[in-house]
Design a protein around this ligand. Structure first.
Ligand SMILES: NC(=O)c1ccc[n+]([C@@H]2O[C@H](COP(=O)([O-])OP(=O)(O)OC[C@H]3O[C@@H](n4cnc5c(N)ncnc54)[C@H](O)[C@@H]3O)[C@@H](O)[C@H]2O)c1
Ligand SMILES: O=C[C@H](O)CS(=O)(=O)O
Length: 482
């Protein structure tokens, strides 16, 4: 399928512009050239922000009913062209076509929720006469847009995670500058095209392409940027926070997600849900199942079933419908995962299946007996690798699940409501799924983590809260008004 691309153009200050210097966007599966995008200069980033200042005034002046129409129209456009959007996600990224179709459907849902939430940005009246001397006053607060938002997004969900920033920004009357991942910028440019077709006024949305650390620095440090909405790895996140200065910050970072399987669990559900959660998007998934703590009296059954299902997972051409898992985003990432696995094996880990690399492909891999000091055990793998651990009881599972520096989401499989409640209370995470793996999310729920997994929450309504400020209004009434 050929997709008519903007080609060497980015959306900067309401204009589609090209640059002599370009970045090649290549298919991770065969390194074939898909398209090129411009390398924005620091001056381009500064110009983009200057134009976005006008865009912010325009965005704030768009009436809510028009914001709703624009966002719904963009969602309709994506729905009418869903095969092209899914094709591009699978082409420039490493998702299979079926995974890409699901991401496209979620993006449409994300935008429709954004349109709904545009009508729910409300304030409250405040009874001001609460103290002696404060009589004869009435007032309220309402939420207003903050201005220009810089959105910096990762490679693994190149469409929906951009929509999670653009949708709420437009719904709340802000201007937004998106800097997509340099390896998967094309889906973000297609999203910008959807909003252009929908009649979004120029300069409200910009998509600037280039090297993250270069133009990203301008976006992060510029005084006219009022909020940084970052989704990516903790290393980049920490660099951004150190440079940002006094700005609103949203950080959706990495994870090392645990799942607990107790002996009263539905074993088939636990296996199937954890297989999907572990190997979705070749493990390049912030919610990906990385550690599974299995109660020892069901250890053999779970381990054998999980390994068997892992071996049945079909790795291959991501554009083929029968494929379950494609490559990682590039060979460098696959080599990074391979090194983490080999380090663990050298230190005594037991490989139960997988552990094989072929270029950017890395086979679905399961290990046990991984020493705690290994990178594989304590860091984010961001690849198709799962660690199994036997545990004696829930207390041990919770202690071990909490023993890493991340806390995004966790899963627990049990029929015992008391044990589920204990896990809810004691697991140090942003979300816990009962009888689902850690990899469960709907786009409307509050989403984000604790510790090194991030700051703040996304999930449309929650993103809108971060993208708006309350403004208090108080009227002192004159005698004739009383
Ligand atoms: N919590 C979440 O919602 C969530 C969702 C998806 C991915 N992630 C995380 O993202 C990571 C994988 O994505 P990635 O490899 O694209 O992440 P990354 O951190 O390498 O890059 C993310 C974005 O930041 C830009 N960037 C990198 N360094 C920068 C800097 N110094 N200043 C400004 N911008 C900079 C990149 O160009 C890219 O656009 C994983 O850690 C994953 O867990 C988290
Ligand atoms: O990679 C992290 C994503 O935010 C998870 S999801 O694709 O949004 O569920």
């Amino acid at each position: 399928m050929t997709v008519q691309m903007k080609g060497q153009k980015m959306l900067l200050g309401g204009q589609w512009v090209g640059r002599d210097e370009v970045i090649e966007v290549r298919d991770p599966q065969d390194n074939s050239l898909i398209d090129t995008v411009p390398v924005a200069s620091k001056d381009d980033a500064i110009l983009c922000i200057e134009e976005a200042k006008e865009g912010a005034k325009i965005a704030a002046s768009i009436p809510v009913h028009e914001r709703i129409r624009i966002i719904q129209s963009a969602a309709n456009y994506i729905e009418e062209n869903k095969d092209k959007f899914a094709y591009m996600i699978a082409r420039e990224g490493s998702k299979t076509i079926r995974e890409a179709e699901k991401e496209t459907a979620r993006c449409i849902q994300t935008l429709r929720i954004s349109a709904e939430e545009a009508r729910r940005i409300q304030g409250e009246t405040i009874p001001f006469d609460q103290m002696p001397g404060s009589e004869n006053r009435v007032g309220y607060y309402y939420r207003f847009p903050i201005g220009i938002i810089a959105a910096i997004t990762p490679f693994n969900d190149p469409l929906n995670l951009v929509a999670h920033k653009v949708g709420p920004a437009i719904a709340s009357g802000n201007a937004i500058i998106v800097k997509p991942a340099s390896v998967t910028p094309l889906s973000a440019l297609m999203l910008a095209e959807a909003f252009e077709q929908a009649g979004l006024p120029p300069k409200v949305l910009s998509v600037i392409t280039g090297h993250g650390s270069e133009i990203g620095d301008i976006l992060v440090t510029h005084p006219d940027i009022r909020m940084i909405s970052f989704t990516g790895g903790v290393e980049a996140g920490e660099k951004i926070i150190r440079k940002a200065g006094l700005k609103k910050i949203s950080m959706e970072l990495g994870s090392n997600s645990p799942v607990i399987v107790l002996d009263d669990a539905n074993l088939e559900d636990a296996v199937e849900s954890s297989i999907s959660g572990a190997f979705w998007a070749a493990g390049q998934n912030c919610l990906g199942v990385q550690r599974i703590y299995v109660q020892e009296n069901i250890w053999d059954d779970f381990r054998d079933s999980f390994v068997t299902r892992t071996q049945e997972y079909r790795v291959g051409d991501k554009q083929m419908r029968e494929t379950d898992m494609g490559p990682l985003i590039n060979e460098k990432e696959a080599i990074r995962v391979e090194k983490m696995v080999n380090e663990a094996i050298e230190k005594g880990a037991v490989l139960l299946t997988g552990g094989k690399r072929n270029g950017a492909f890395y086979s679905p891999t399961v290990l046990t007996n991984v020493p705690d000091e290994c990178k594989l055990a304590k860091e984010e793998i961001f690849g198709p690798v799962v660690l199994l651990y036997p545990i004696s009881d829930l207390d041990e599972a919770i202690q071990k699940a909490n023993s890493v520096e991340y806390g995004l989401q966790a899963g627990i499989f049990t029929k015992d409501i008391d044990k589920a409640q204990k896990a809810i209370a004691q697991l140090d995470v942003g979300g816990i799924m009962i009888n689902d793996s850690s990899d469960y999310r709907i786009d409307a729920m509050p989403f984000g983590g604790v510790k090194k997994s991030g700051l703040g929450r996304e999930g449309i309504k929650f993103a809108i809260q971060e993208m708006t400020e309350p403004k208090v209004v108080c009227f002192k009434l004159t005698n004739q008004q009383l």
